[in-house]
Write a protein that binds this ligand. Sequence first.
Ligand SMILES: *Cc1c(COP(=O)(O)O)cnc(C)c1O
Length: 235
Amino acid sequence: MNNFEYIKQNIAEINKRITLACEKSARRAEEIKLLLVTKTVSPDKISYAIGCGYPLIGENKVQEVRDKYAALEKIPHETHFIGHLQTNKIKDLLRYNVSFIQSLDRIDLAQKLQSRLETDNRSMNVLVQVNTSLEESKFGIGPEKALGFVKEVSKLKNIKVKGLMTIGKLTDNEDEVRACFRLLKNLKNEIVAEGIEGVCMDELSMGMSGDLEIAVEEGATMIRVGSAIFGERQY
Ligand SMILES: *Cc1c(COP(=O)(O)O)cnc(C)c1O
């Protein structure tokens, strides 16, 4: 017997937090998907967590997706790529049954992805990552460029835009974190109002271990939680 019971308990805690945030904001918990962030987490723990009824996982490195692929292949689940994607890793990533790339943030990346998808005769769901905190260290397209970027990407027929993703500012100042999530929601509304052909804005992926309540209150449809479920990451 493994001793992964704590993972189940931690997921239950997250669900309580989601429920409370939903009560505060008159939302229903079913509107929010929990994506397990499994970077640095071993496949045995990941399988356990999936087995608790949470089949949505997120990885941020192509190499980790590759390394864990065989161990998880037979367990029904869905993998989202949530990290910075280098263009020279696109081809490799597409080998591993990833259903979403949540971190599309540059036109050269989009064009190279499109060209690879054409070659493979397939499509890919993406979220456009927006740098809502304007922190230079962070990836993501600038908020003022997001609409134009989505328009450009909408012309790339094998890429299916499904929404937006952001990482909130890493600060204890709740107002500053909230401003990031609110900005993402406003961008979504702006993009929806444009009625761009082929573009869907159903998903707002925002909120992590430390700020998920704020994200839920501001309209997140998917939260991405790692350390509050699996423990602090050891690199
Ligand atoms: C690591 C990571 C998360 C999860 O962060 P935690 O604080 O561990 O919950 C969410 N989103 C992205 C893009 C990440 O890289």
